[in-house]
Ligand binder design. Structure first.
Ligand SMILES: Cc1ncc(COP(=O)(O)O)c(C=O)c1O
Length: 423
């Protein structure tokens, strides 16, 4: 199917989350009851890190009070319990992604570590001098810098998919980048700076026609939509727990088993070996081969609880409700004179980047903070995106399913206040 057709066919579903459901959901998040600068907190920085519901907090407390031990190492009660809960979390992630097998799920510290793992384990083994790696102009630094490090080490070349003024990747330019030297595509599923949702399924299919494996950076997709790595047919998929109601310090790399099996381990140490002598080490099977040392056990179990929580609400309900929020925010902010929305792709998720004429984004963030409103200002670890739009930084409001239209109204009032102060 042509990529343009896929983009047109995306979305449009209505949310089944009514006001009562949202009120109930908000009650699950203790932090949303905070006062900041003497005002009720309006948390619109979810793309950086989302908040944690009581159900996940309770799971962490239960683990620490009743289940904690090191895993995979002992036969005592606590070790066996912690091991089985840790491995159950891996199965929850498997189902969350619709991966074929749980051994295709590797726990990492986050998206960044997952991408670095692929760069070391796959890139260093299979990408060489003169080979080409395709990235997009929308990438977060986490999906740029590791590939630049590899390119520098190996003498490989980075090629970049450009975008139009709406922040959509240019499909014809993408397809023209492929040559006999193309060895890898690393692409964000959803842009953290602009919210653009890339037509990744069609892009993966095109890369595969050229025999090129694909890593998708799903950091901004995993919290916002139903995922199916078998349907996407990507070779690797990375995301972070802390952006989807889980804790920091945990992330996931999904990889197709046959690729993970032929990759070199990323780190050496305990648990990733079958046997060690001073002459030779035999590595463990996947996923253990990539999980050297004591993993973030509590965080993985808490991620499992976060997946359960999101699953109870329903990722399709979440996606539809967040689209309503994004549409409402876009309509209200676009109507403000002197405000430019940056990133106007036809298909977007949960992110509204903007600039206010004559005001530095950091001043916008500071004044909004005095109203209790948390947004992100800066380059969002996506400096090439800022360069593309000729801005040093943007103000970014990013939404989660616990946000409301009333909070967006407060954001709009806050923007008006900023404009008054600078008029
Ligand atoms: C698209 C994208 N990729 C990668 C990352 C890095 O995630 P982490 O810092 O959790 O490793 C982020 C974080 O904002 C992101 O938005």
């Amino acid at each position: 199917m042509k990529i343009e057709t896929v983009v047109k066919e995306m979305n449009g579903a209505r949310s089944s989350l009514d006001q009562t459901s949202i009120d109930k959901i908000r009650g699950d998040f203790p932090i949303l009851g905070l006062q900041v600068s003497g005002k009720p907190l309006v948390y619109l920085d979810n793309a950086a890190s989302s908040q944690m519901p009581q159900q996940v907090i309770d799971r962490i407390v239960r683990y620490q009070k009743e289940e904690h031990s090191n895993i995979h190492r002992a036969v005592h009660y606590l070790s066996e319990l912690a091991t089985s809960e840790f491995e159950a979390a891996r199965v929850k992630v498997q189902h969350f992604l619709n991966a074929k097998e749980s051994r295709e799920i590797i726990f990492t510290r986050g998206t960044t570590e997952a991408i670095n793992l692929v760069m070391h384990g796959y890139g260093r083994a299979f990408i060489g001098k003169g080979d080409e790696i395709i990235l997009s102009g929308l990438e977060h630094h986490a999906n740029i810098v590791p590939w630049q490090m590899l390119a520098e080490e190996k003498g490989a070349v980075i090629r970049v998919i450009p975008m139009n003024d709406a922040g959509e990747l240019l499909v014809d330019k993408y397809e023209a980048l492929f040559t006999a030297k193309t060895k890898f595509l690393a692409l964000t599923h959803v842009s953290n700076a602009l919210g653009t949702v890339n037509p990744v399924k069609a892009m993966v299919a095109f890369a595969h026609k050229h025999g090129v494996p694909v890593l998708l950076d799903g950091a901004q997709a995993a919290p916002h939509q139903v995922l199916d790595v078998q349907d996407l047919n990507c070779d690797f998929y990375a995301f972070s727990g802390h952006k989807m109601c889980g804790p920091t310090g945990i992330g996931v790399l999904y990889g197709k088993a046959h690729l993970l099996e032929k990759m070199q381990p990323y780190q050496g140490g305990g648990d990733m070996i079958l046997s060690v002598t001073f002459e030779k080490t035999i590595y463990n099977v996947i996923p253990s081969k990539f999980e050297a040392g004591t993993p973030p056990i509590m965080a993985a179990i808490a991620l499992g609880a976060a997946i359960d929580y999101l699953g109870r609400i329903g990722l399709d309900n979440i996606a539809a409700y967040e689209h309503e929020l994004l549409d409402y925010a876009t309509m209200r902010v676009a109507a403000l004179p002197g405000v430019r929305i940056i990133g106007t792709a036809a298909k977007k998720a949960a992110v509204l980047s903007f600039e206010i004429k004559g005001v530095h984004p950091h001043d916008v963030g500071t004044i909004l903070n005095s109203e209790g409103i948390a947004i992100r200002t800066g380059h969002h670890c996506a400096q090439p995106v800022m360069q593309r739009f000729c801005v040093p930084a943007t103000a970014r409001a990013s939404f989660a399913f616990y946000n409301t239209k009333q909070e967006i109204d407060k954001l709009v009032d806050g923007i008006r206040k900023v404009q008054e102060m600078f008029s």
